[in-house]
Design a protein around this ligand. Structure first.
Ligand SMILES: [Zn+2]
Length: 200
């Protein structure tokens, strides 16, 4: 009986140790999509690279206020390769990797937000972030989805890619132009990160 109890206790300690490790990240690596000659999705004067950087910067200040350490893969309008983005993220331990993008499609009626993942930890993070993102932005929920994007596939951290709406959709594009909407995205992602940290 004593042996069983000790075994159980050891297992509990091991399990707690693993859980605490996973949720114990203090650093969020924020990757604003595109930049420089790479404009990303574009409609008239609305460029994804600008929207992504502004939203990423807002996300950074939200997270800093909560005591997280943050790292930006780019801070202004310059080009950075996908391997460089991944290398920056992978140089951190106890961290998560969050890419910020906006969507583009030929079908102009399509709208909504979605969050991509590749790994199973990424999936948990993506589900938390997507739920909070929809709550804050009141956008169509295109859900958390699996994707083999380079930055997700090659990340050693729990990694997600957030798509904050379609530049090709007129009403969503008009929303994106307002700082209030980009702030709502930042708040949603922040809340999702908090939920993930508390839950896993
Ligand atoms: Zn993009």
């Amino acid at each position: 009986m004593k042996t069983i109890l000790r075994g159980f206790l050891l297992m509990a300690v091991w399990f707690l140790g693993v859980t605490v490790d996973a949720a114990n990240f203090r650093t969020v690596v924020i990757d604003a999509g595109h930049g420089g000659q790479d404009l990303g999705g574009q409609w008239g004067q609305v460029y994804e690279k600008h929207l992504a950087l502004d939203t990423a910067t807002r996300l950074e200040s939200n997270l800093k206020q909560l005591g997280y350490q943050t790292v930006m893969t780019r801070r202004s309008d310059y080009f950075i390769t996908l391997p460089q983005r991944v290398a920056i993220g992978n140089s951190y331990r106890n961290a998560i990797f969050v890419c910020v993008h906006f969507n583009y499609t030929w079908k102009q009626q399509v709208s909504g937000t979605e969050t991509y993942y590749y790994s199973s930890e990424g999936q948990q993070l993506a589900q938390c972030v997507q739920a909070a993102l929809v709550r804050h932005t009141h956008t169509v929920d295109r859900s958390a989805k699996f994707a083999r994007f380079y930055v997700l596939r090659n990340s050693t951290l729990p990694a997600i890619l957030v798509e904050g709406g379609f530049v090709t959709n007129e009403s969503e594009r008009n929303l994106m132009k307002s700082g209030g909407f980009r702030e709502a995205i930042a708040r949603g992602v922040t809340e999702g990160i908090q939920t993930y940290r508390r839950t896993y």
